[in-house]
Design a protein around this ligand. Sequence first.
Ligand code: MN
Length: 444
Amino acid sequence: MNIAFGHSNMDFDCLGSLILVKKLFPGYQLVRSIRIAPAAHRLYTLYEKYFDCVYPKDISGSRIDNIIIVDTSSASRIKEFLACIKNSDPAIVIYDHHPAGNCDILGARLEGKNRGANTTCLAKLAMEKGLSLESEEATIALTGIYADTGSLIYENVHREDLEVSAWLLDQGASLRLVKGFLDPIKEDDQILVLNQLLLVIQTVQIQGNEILLSYLELDDHIQGLAAVVEKIMSIENPDAYFALFYIRKTKSILVIGRSQKHRINLHELFAKYGGGGHQSAGSASFTGREGPGFNQEFRSYLEQALTPATCVRDIMTKNVCTLAETDRLLDASKYMEEVDHGGLPVLNRNGEVSGFITLRDIMKGRRASQMNAPVSAYMARGVVCAVPGMTMREVERIFYKHHIGHIPVVEEGRLAGIVTRWDFLEYKKRRQDFESSPAEKREA
Ligand SMILES: [Mn+2]
């Protein structure tokens, strides 16, 4: 007998991979996990007959010749299946998109590639083989890809994720259905918690990071709390969100965290409380603490555990070309051409920033035949400046609010540097390298 399965607590990507395995390797029987993640369960229930799965216990009497494993290469995530395989020598092939090097399934052949979704690896094979899918199969596969790539926007997205998504649409995948499956807030109690959280969330600045915090007591555990936390994350867009829950029934604390900054590593942060997860998503759960007391403690913990956010000082250009108020427009224009800048800060006789002049201002002087006039006559006054400790969010607000391309940085009355739109965009683009901690793939 040949079988295929994914990890325990199957998610969308796992299901998307399995539906394609069934297509690519027709002789393989799919085996489902006892547990299916709540959101993915709806999709599974509707399309059960397309999967035609058996349970692990159903294969326990059979001799297994070949195994295909999808979306994991970690033995601890497939225990329930291994426990039902009696013979010791099946050939194992793994299709896993998580970074290689973590495989601890002995004797397995690794076939995966580093793609945003595991489903992508198998869809690419199906596409190259010229297979055609039923529209239901295409929808299941596309849901897997959208789920693991944040609808094709996460940093882990590879061109192949987009390529096979286009192919799946050709095969009849319904984006309308995909969207419906991916909306994780469907239960009444989730909506209730969502509304309660929106009333109690607080935004605080910790080490220059914009952090969202909430504390809520619940009578009992509810399914899909993490999805609620993610929803708030997407509405409020903080650097990180920590949602603390005290569950009265079990007298336990649950902390769910989400981060969109590489400097805020939740896997490391939650280790102190026996929790874990990934860089961008983590949680911790334990008993033996009162809710309000822990809420206070957790705040102080964040104060000392969070690394300072990137600030103006980290991205500004330090050696700034400047002009003096008394420079003639003609000389100023020559100098700006020489140093290849569209605008420069102007200093007064005390060395303080007193204005800013652009090539456009100089053009006005040229048209008025005033090229011998001093820079002070044509410069803009009341320049918006930054200080070195300003956060990137504040800088962003200045750019949007004042529609300016350059922000002089002033420290103790002296010009210390300058930040341009280009500096800011480069920072946004290279945020990963900038915030030096290792870029970790989102493992969904
Ligand atoms: Mn996956």
